[in-house]
Design a protein around this ligand. Structure first.
Ligand SMILES: Cc1cc2nc3c(=O)[nH]c(=O)nc-3n(C[C@H](O)[C@H](O)[C@H](O)COP(=O)(O)OP(=O)(O)OC[C@H]3O[C@@H](n4cnc5c(N)ncnc54)[C@H](O)[C@@H]3O)c2cc1C
Length: 510
């Protein structure tokens, strides 16, 4: 019998070894730090949870690449709960506990986690009635209509606090700037536990530091954001290009006119097809037409997505306006695709994200997001799109590539961008099986190394570095201010340790 079934005996041995490895792993895994006793005497004790579900959620994120166990999760019912926790951490005898605000955990490298610390679930504030307050009056100083928001579960299912900690970019940023450029005022609980209202005119140092500040200086508990009247409909157009220089020339022309409401661009390959989770735009017949063009163009195409919003007042003239906008563009003849949709459907095109692959397995998302200076995009195309990405030939997610105007950003804020009037963003939004994520890390590293060798001064968006030296390089001339502001508002380095800027970094690396 044994001779007839050699695989099953090997299989049994394999199971036994795996079982013992698992037990061994469990035995040597460091135990989580216990919750300091005195925290339980605070009034927030009943809102601190240590149950496995709460810990598991706070120890994972969209990337599914990093796991850092916190010791507790705070579900604040008021801003005072957050103040109490941060003050407690400041007065805690060593070792200190760290604290991380968590929006929706849409980070991909553990940025909202706090190993052996406390994660603050910001969504709990809105559940406790501290939600969006839209004002029907104009802001006296700026003249804008505004909304006061804590967490804004919009179509992207991101939070305002989380996006303001990075920048908040989209196809509308060429016109309105990133989300951080549209903030009038913030309430922040600093790393010392001080509650401070700030704006460009009031406590401006903190205001500018927090915007794009990766959660390092304080927890945003309210943001006053500029609102505009929303039109009702959108003319949604996609244009396909075989030629990279015409594709980028046209994108730059579009963003210089200020006429479109939205401009994005992307790379299409066999591995990153025209329809994907960000939107399913093409009909089957259009899809096969594009696939034929893709084959005849060596497996790569470029696509511009341009959208113009309109409403009843502009309905009679919108087609003419769109035609005049597109008439001089150099897309491949016949490769223009149009839709006319309700604005709400355009905004909701991504829908909710599904974190499961078809086999029901949790996917990983080893994303890479970069800003690339305009002066080097031809080299970037040759080295990254036509060489590295083509060579790796891995099934990937969407590959975004579209430009911004630097004058819509405020360089005094913490967000870091290239030093050129126009720069592009690259979004490599990979999804992969967990056992394949290493291949995407290799691909990402190859791109970064290529840019370094070629002297292309990229900056990472949603940055992720392992050494302090890399962080200093990332911030460049802003580093000293960033560090000094950290010392002023979070001297004990309590906040957002998952970013690994001031915590968990080998200082011998400097
Ligand atoms: C499907 C998807 C689509 C995306 N699309 C875009 C896009 O179009 N444009 C774009 O710019 N980004 C986009 N992102 C990236 C997104 O901006 C980041 O993931 C960002 O971190 C927001 O996610 P979050 O709100 O869940 O924050 P989290 O991941 O929970 O937190 C991110 C960081 O901010 C800190 N933080 C969170 N809340 C606060 C707060 N209230 N105060 C201070 N610090 C805080 C955390 O400690 C952490 O360091 C996308 C991400 C996903 C997963």
């Amino acid at each position: 019998m044994a001779n007839q079934c050699p695989i099953s005996s090997q299989f049994v041995v394999f199971i036994i070894i795996t079982y013992f490895m698992f037990i061994l792993g469990e035995l040597i895994r460091p135990l989580p730090r216990p919750l300091p006793n005195d925290i339980l005497s605070l009034h927030i004790a009943t809102r601190l949870r240590t149950d496995p579900n709460s810990i598991k959620l706070a120890s994972s994120d969209y990337g599914n690449l990093v796991q850092e166990n916190s010791i507790a999760v705070l579900y604040p019912s008021s801003i005072d709960d957050i103040v109490t926790l941060i003050k407690f951490a400041n007065n805690c005898s060593t070792p200190l506990i760290s604290i991380s605000a968590r929006g929706h955990g849409h980070s991909v490298r553990g940025q909202a986690m706090a190993r052996d610390g406390v994660v603050v679930d910001m969504g709990a504030l809105s559940e406790n009635g501290i939600g969006i307050r839209v004002s029907s009056n104009r802001n006296p100083s700026s003249g804008y209509y505004y909304a006061d928001v804590v967490s804004w579960t919009d179509y992207l299912y991101l939070t305002v606090g989380g996006t303001l900690s990075n920048a908040g970019i989209s196809g509308q940023s060429f016109l309105h700037g990133p989300q951080i450029s549209n903030v009038l005022e913030l309430d922040v609980v600093t790393g010392k536990g001080d509650f401070i209202t700030c704006s460009k005119n009031m406590n401006s140092e903190l205001f500018l530091a927090v915007l794009g500040g990766l959660g390092q200086f304080g927890i945003i508990t309210r943001a006053r954001i500029i609102l505009q009247k929303a039109p009702t409909r959108a003319k949604w157009v996609r244009l396909l290009y075989s030629d990279f220089s015409i594709f980028t020339r046209d994108q730059e022309h579009l963003i210089s006119t200020n006429i479109p409401s939205y401009v994005e661009g992307s790379l299409i390959t066999h591995m990153s097809p025209p329809n994907n989770w960000r939107s399913s735009f093409y009909s089957p017949s259009h899809y096969s037409k594009i696939t034929s063009l893709l084959k005849s163009n060596n497996g790569h195409l470029y696509s511009i997505e341009v959208v113009k919003y309109y409403d009843d007042q502009s309905a009679d003239t919108i087609d003419e306006e769109l035609q005049s906008l597109l008439k001089d563009l150099g897309f491949n003849p016949g490769f223009i695709f149009k839709k006319d949709v309700a604005l709400i459907d355009f905004l909701g095109r991504v829908g909710n994200i599904d974190n499961q692959n078809s086999e029901g397995q949790l996917e990983t998302h080893p994303w890479l997001n970069l800003f690339v200076p305009k002066s080097r995009i031809l080299d970037f195309n040759a080295g990254v799109f036509l060489d590295i990405i083509a060579r790796h030939n891995q099934t990937s997610g969407p590959i975004l590539f579209y430009p911004f105007n630097r004058n819509k950003w405020d360089d005094r804020m913490s967000a870091v961008i290239p030093d050129e009037d126009i720069f592009y963003t690259l979004g490599l939004l990979h999804s992969s099986r967990p056992d394949q994520s290493g291949n995407f890390d290799k691909l990402n590293n190859e791109i970064i190394e290529f840019c370094e060798k070629a002297g292309i001064k990229i900056k990472q968006y949603l940055p992720h570095y392992k050494s302090k030296k890399d962080w200093m390089k990332h911030y460049g001339p802003k580093w000293n201010t960033f560090q000094e502001t950290k010392t002023k508002y979070d001297p004990k380095m309590i906040l957002s340790p998952g970013q690994r800027i001031f915590n968990s970094v080998d200082s011998s690396d400097i």
